[in-house]
Design a protein around this ligand. Structure first.
Ligand SMILES: Nc1nc2c(ncn2[C@@H]2O[C@H](COP(=O)(O)OP(=O)(O)O)[C@@H](O)[C@H]2O)c(=O)[nH]1
Ligand SMILES: [Mg+2]
Length: 445
């Protein structure tokens, strides 16, 4: 899936995110490569232009070039742009409640995967606890209903068929039966043609009128690239689609269709078919696909979290405090709150200039940190700002207040002194710092 885009994009992502400084030129170069890759992947030209322009605008802003880690910020911008292109969020099916029959109409060209996908959907909805019936409204050849029959048996759902009938009649009667027998969902499989033609549109239009579907889904073959997008446009004009299912995504090395639908047709991709088997249908997650293209797993969410918790200005302030050893227990306490937001202690430590690579995660013990936090919280503001004033009586009071003991308070104060000195040394060592800054902010990719 999407191998080509992934290859280029992950290369750019790796290169850019490794840079602790990027220039306008770096950005321009990377964006140019992105543009070429998208065009090669058969993404709609208009879509490419829009993506490229917006990415440039975002990436050349102050926030990126001056951020803690501009390379990773850039990658995140590209990621977000692609995710937006794919559709902002995962679109699910809009079906009615369990007390009435919801209707899903499958449309598409011949061989696009309608019948297979109808069965896949039936299987999914059945697993969600719905009573599903399939309707065989493809009457172009008898084998079509047989194919659906085999699949229905395999999935274990009901099927409605009529020999020598008309598609709209089959659909109408299936709906009646579904209602009478209290099914929740009726999935109507229809006929396709080799190409979009008036007759096909009229036929499926009549089926639509007969059953007023809740979902009109176009099954589009991802392998046909831009063609799939044009086909979707025609179908949408006649049928007003509610969504698209991109079949054969497993065989789609380019990805042009996936990236163009939302912008060109304005309808979301709701599912992707990733194989011939019944269970090979997945919800379409724009976010995950974008990450997959950029080949970067969790980096995006990490950068997102990091953005929330610390910005470049904060990091600098912190660094100055460390250098002057004016870093107090109050600052220390602030780090706890940040850490909690970040989730991982290791990652926040790595974001503090001079701390990257210095912390051994095995030594970071959540329970111990909670205890330390409790101790600091039991101190007065004055004590937090100047821990030197904390003599034995105060230690006793703090121990009692935090539900710990004097030994724990002593240990914390001693350790704090020690790490402050270490920070001071590190902050003064410019060379070491530069080395460390390079590896800042999250995992290396
Ligand atoms: N690899 C792959 N093959 C698929 C997928 N969906 C459908 N197919 C295959 O595409 C062919 C046509 O499917 P079919 O459902 O009969 O298409 P229809 O003519 O639109 O009803 C069959 O051989 C399916 O097994 C998919 O997601 N991945
Ligand atoms: Mg079929």
């Amino acid at each position: 899936m999407l191998e080509k885009l992934t290859e280029t994009f992950s290369g750019i992502a790796r290169r850019m995110s490794g840079n602790s400084k990027i220039s306008e030129n770096n950005v321009r170069e990377a964006v140019e490569e992105i543009k070429t890759a998208l065009l090669e992947a058969d993404v709609n030209l208009r879509v490419v232009r829009r993506l490229v322009n917006r990415t440039m605008e975002d990436a050349l802003g102050e926030r990126v070039l001056k951020s803690v880690n501009p390379g990773q910020q850039f990658v995140k911008i590209v990621h977000d742009r692609i995710a937006a292109l794919l559709g902002d969020e995962t679109a699910s099916l809009n079906l009615k409640g369990p007390d009435t029959v919801s209707v899903v109409l499958m449309a598409g060209l011949q061989g696009s995967g309608k019948t297979t996908t109808a069965a896949k959907l039936a299987s999914r909805l059945k697993a969600e606890g719905r009573r599903v019936m399939l309707a065989a409204a493809d009457l172009t050849r008898p084998a079509a209903a047989d194919q659906l029959n085999v699949l229905a048996d395999q999935v274990g759902v009901a099927i409605y068929r009529e020999e020598g009938s008309k598609p709209e009649k089959v659909a109408r009667n299936a709906f009646k039966k579904a209602k009478k027998e209290q099914y929740n969902v009726l999935i109507v499989d229809t006929a396709g043609r080799m190409q979009v033609d008036q007759e096909l549109m009229k036929e499926i239009g009549r089926v639509k009128d007969a059953v007023s579907p809740d979902e009109v889904l176009l099954v589009a073959d991802a392998m046909t690239g831009q063609n799939a997008v044009e086909i979707a446009k025609s179908f949408d004009e006649t049928l007003n689609l509610t969504g698209i299912i991109l079949s054969k995504f497993d065989s789609d090395a380019r990805g042009g269709a996936a990236l163009s639908f939302k912008s060109v047709v304005g309808k979301p991709v709701k599912f992707i078919g990733v194989g011939e088997k019944i269970d090979q249908l997945e919800p379409f997650y724009p976010d995950r696909i974008a990450s997959r293209i950029l080949g970067m797993g969790d980096v995006v969410s990490l950068v997102e979290k990091a953005q929330e918790t610390i910005d470049a200005g904060d990091a600098e302030k912190l660094q100055q405090k460390m250098a002057k050893a004016t870093f107090t227990l109050e600052d220390y306490l602030e780090q706890f709150a940040r850490m909690r937001k970040m989730g991982s202690m290791q990652s926040i430590m790595e974001m503090i200039p001079g701390m990257a690579g210095q912390i051994d995660e095995s030594k970071l013990d959540e329970a111990k940190w909670k205890k330390e936090e409790a101790i600091i919280l039991s101190m007065t503001l004055e004590e937090r700002r100047n821990h030197r004033i904390i003599g034995p009586p105060r230690r006793k009071r703090i121990a009692a207040g935090s539900g710990t003991n004097v030994a724990a308070v002593n240990r914390l104060l001693k350790n704090f002194d020690k790490s402050r000195n270490m920070m001071k040394k590190m902050a003064k060592n410019k060379k070491l710092q530069q080395q460390l800054m390079g590896g800042m902010a999250g995992p290396k990719i």
